[in-house]
Design a protein around this ligand. Sequence first.
Ligand SMILES: Cc1cc2nc3c(=O)[nH]c(=O)nc-3n(C[C@H](O)[C@H](O)[C@H](O)COP(=O)(O)OP(=O)(O)OC[C@H]3O[C@@H](n4cnc5c(N)ncnc54)[C@H](O)[C@@H]3O)c2cc1C
Length: 317
Amino acid sequence: MAHGSGGPRVVKYGTIREYVLNFEVVLADGTILWTGANTLKYASGYNLTQLLIGSEGTLGIITKMVLKLIPQPLHNVLMLASFSTNEDACAAVSSIFNVGITPSAVEFMERKGMEWVIENDQIHFNLNPDAAAFLLIEVDGTNMDMLFNDCETINTALEKYKCLEVLFADSATQKDEFWKIRRTMAVSVKSNSIYKEEDTVVPRAELPKLIAGIKEIGLKYGFDSICYGHAGDGNLHVNILKGNMSDHAWQHDLKKGIVELFQLTVKLGGTISGEHGIGLVQKEYMHIKYSEIHLNLMRGIKKVFDPNGILNPDKIF
Ligand SMILES: Cc1cc2nc3c(=O)[nH]c(=O)nc-3n(C[C@H](O)[C@H](O)[C@H](O)COP(=O)(O)OP(=O)(O)OC[C@H]3O[C@@H](n4cnc5c(N)ncnc54)[C@H](O)[C@@H]3O)c2cc1C
């Protein structure tokens, strides 16, 4: 809640924001109140419930919540599409939506990240030797025939982006395996290298420019990176690897690289965190996205909720 978290299925179902109707919150002065109403619609003044989502514990302590529930889809079909370049895979993402389909997941993974997971977790899966990048695409719904029609339409769309092949997960076990590769990528990268993770997000049509820019900036500052993430939402987790960088370069030059990375993200219409939040680590980059006017508005809201600054001091800004 406090992070406005997302995940792989945000592309169809939205972030936690779409499901929270009401919070019980403890304010900085100990007052306990409910922020909204247990209703699906709300137009009664400022929406305090939505304001608390993503506030990272700086405006109040959430103690209870009322959530909207939706039925679980009956069926899903999972595909792993491979591409010879990162840019082709990223460009193919928008093509799925352009043919009128809203998939339940479109996850991007670079080859190196998949190789590390397969190695670390001893997963028996051979990656297409010519592929540099992969999209894990899921469609879900109640009618299997319609899902297969959607898959055919998606396949035709991907062909225009030099898709090398599309593998269908043909069993629940293989679905779990594909998802395990994606879900354990963060842990695998962390166990293979000293890293710094950035949670960039851009309009999804800008993904090809973003990933190309990330690699260029890496070349300029001497760092390698592994990108993966929720491509359907334009959200790329950029894991910058220390690799052979000197400690001095890691301490000093890297920051300049991260500033350029965020400047590119903002120039492409994006922002510096899609779902992981700002906390203490990212706050020094907030000025890249926000003007002093924005930041003063945010500081003003913080002051109203927490005049003595006792709730998660120094977080966000
Ligand atoms: C391997 C891995 C994968 C991840 N994948 C995703 C992903 O796909 N999508 C995603 O969005 N995130 C992901 N995350 C990030 C993380 O899981 C999320 O940010 C998650 O929201 C953290 O939840 P938590 O309960 O652990 O919160 P914590 O880390 O305990 O707290 C997060 C923030 O919320 C505040 N907070 C906690 N509880 C309250 C409360 N009751 N009231 C007010 N403020 C509170 C804390 O002060 C802190 O600022 C991932 C993390 C890891 C390690």
